[in-house]
Structure formats: structure tokens, C-alpha cells
Write a protein of this length. Structure first.
Length: 111
């Protein structure tokens, strides 16, 4: 997502110090100077991995997007980029809608 035009993604080391703190989304957004935060939960049962991811608007705490992904754990270990790409494909229209609409317009004009 960090390569999407107009989207700023904080580095893992930048946000890691917030982990485990009991902060609401508004406080977290103020601390990190961001508009939205992604949160998730991962549950593994045998070879099944269930990943629940949400994108939360820090201004009002509303959910901008949420989805569950069910994958084989062994597949994710072997090729984690596939799951990451699925998540990014779902988030891209939400996080960078103006960049996507410009790209779609260029495609229509080129066709």
C-alpha cells in the first residue's frame, strides 16, 4: 500500500511502540498523526488461518472496511505475499480512490 499514490503508510518500527497499549482509535490516530488505522486478529487452528482485518477512521472510530480471510496456514507460510496482495487489493479502492479513478479514466481513454 505504501506505493499507492497519496497513501502514507507508517513503518512497523514507528507503530510497534503503541502495541499493547490500551488506546482508543482517536488517541492512537492523534499519537501517530494518521487518518486511519488497520487492526487485525489472526487465529490459527491446525492448518487453517483466519485473519480478520479492519480499517478504522480515527476521527470517529467508524469502520471504513473490514474483511475476513481464511487460508491454509502452510500456503501463507510458503507465499505470504499472496495474502498481502489480497488485502492490498481490497484496501486500494478505499485508501486511494482518487488515484484509482485517474487510472481507470486513463484506461478508458486508451481503449
Amino acid at each position: 500500500m505504501s506505493r499507492a499514490p497519496g497513501v502514507r503508510v507508517l513503518a512497523y518500527n514507528t507503530v510497534q511502540h503503541q502495541r499493547g497499549k490500551d488506546l482508543d482509535s482517536r488517541s492512537l490516530g492523534e499519537n501517530l498523526l494518521v487518518n486511519a488505522i488497520a487492526v487485525g486478529e489472526m487465529i490459527r487452528h491446525n492448518d487453517e488461518l483466519l485473519l480478520h482485518v479492519e480499517l478504522i477512521d480515527v476521527c470517529d472510530g467508524s469502520q471504513l472496511w473490514g474483511e475476513q480471510f481464511k487460508e491454509h496456514y502452510s500456503d501463507v507460510l510458503e507465499d505470504p505475499e499472496t495474502l498481502a496482495d489480497k488485502i492490498c487489493d481490497r484496501l486500494r479502492p478505499i485508501l486511494a480512490p482518487t488515484a484509482n479513478s485517474r487510472r481507470n479514466q486513463r484506461s478508458r481513454h486508451a481503449a
